[in-house]
Design a protein around this ligand. Structure first.
Ligand code: GDP
Ligand code: MG
Length: 302
């Protein structure tokens, strides 16, 4: 018997959705960052074992924000849910233990739409490694049970891999029988060039300050595996919404861009299993987060 199915990971930004997916895959597929709003597109990760293949759909996070890009992000999360066999809602237990009012604000609004989807739901109460005093979690668990009587709660630490095996076992109960749809060595349904752009975006995030990441996008302009036997040549453009940001991204004498480039190149080379030559440019494109044509060209719109 073999199982095949899809699982949507949903929850507020920063809950640990991408971390959980990467943990299951044993490899970084989705960007993880301490800043919210990191995952933009719907990113899939394929977990293949002897008995099953599960496609995880990592989503951008359910949140209330205005603007075209955000509407698209929200829509893509709900679409992932609608097309999945089961749903894992992730939430940050450490955050809500300390700030119960945020639970009401961020999680309560999810309960009805998730229930209406008719999908089986598991709630992963994440980041338990950050709660030293376990009894401190009791009020949170009580409130969760009250808010969401029909859900099953599983305490996990996506980062440490605690409780994640149990979560996976419970998930498998909801996955239908079926043959694998992807080769066993394929880790995502996303093309590698998209994943490469995501890696660059991640390095950018870590190198920049608060407001910057939101208005940056990465486009792969050249992807050439042919001209050099042992090497993939990649040209990428970093778009930023604001002129003033360009200098910050590039850094003094190109130092920041160089650092991003070195880190990204290493990781892309690992992903591809070959040497990589990476060149990057920074271009200003004001208002791109509201430009439907550009958003579409970046895969951020229907
Ligand atoms: P997403 O927005 O839901 O995809 O969240 P991420 O996976 O990007 O994680 C957001 C932040 O929380 C990152 O800094 C992660 O390292 C951190 N994080 C995720 N899971 C855990 C966990 O189980 N424990 C702790 N301590 N941190 C976590
Ligand atoms: Mg994410």
């Amino acid at each position: 018997m073999h199982k095949f199915g899809t699982v949507a990971l949903i929850g507020p930004p920063n809950a640990g959705k991408s971390t959980l997916m990467n943990k299951y895959l044993g490899q970084k597929v989705a960007i993880v960052s301490p800043r919210p709003q990191t995952t933009r597109n719907r990113i899939s990760g394929i977990l293949t074992t002897d008995e099953s293949q599960i496609v995880f759909l990592d989503t951008p996070g359910i949140h209330q924000l205005r603007g075209k890009m955000n509407r698209f992000l929200l829509e893509s999360a709900w679409n992932a849910l609608a097309s999945s066999d089961a749903v894992v809602v992730l939430l940050d237990a450490a955050l809500y233990s300390a700030k119960p009012h945020l639970l009401e604000k961020e999680i309560k609004p999810l309960v009805t739409p998730v229930a209406e989807s008719g999908r089986p739901v598991l709630v992963a109460v994440n980041k338990i490694d950050r709660i030293k005093d376990k009894p401190a979690m009791l009020p949170l668990m009580a409130r969760l049970n009250e808010l969401w009587p029909e859900a099953e709660f599983i305490p996990v630490s996506a980062l440490r891999g605690k409780g994640t095996d149990e979560l996976l076992t419970r998930l498998l109960d909801f996955i239908p029988d079926g043959p694998p749809m992807f080769p066993e060595d394929q880790i995502s349904t996303a093309p590698v060039r998209f994943m490469a752009a995501e890696i660059i975006r991640e390095k950018l995030f870590y190198s920049l300050r608060q407001e910057l990441p939101y208005s940056t996008a990465v486009e792969i302009e050249v992807w050439d595996e042919e001209s050099r036997d042992d090497m993939t040549l990649i040209n990428a453009v970093i778009y930023t919404g604001q002129k003033t940001h360009k200098g910050m991204i590039i850094g003094k004498q190109g130092s920041n861009l160089k650092k991003i480039g070195t880190e990204a190149r290493k990781e892309i080379a690992e992903l591809l299993g070959c040497k990589v030559h990476l060149e990057m440019w920074v271009k200003v494109r004001s208002g791109w987060t509201e430009d439907p044509g550009f958003l579409r060209s970046m895969g951020l719109g229907e």
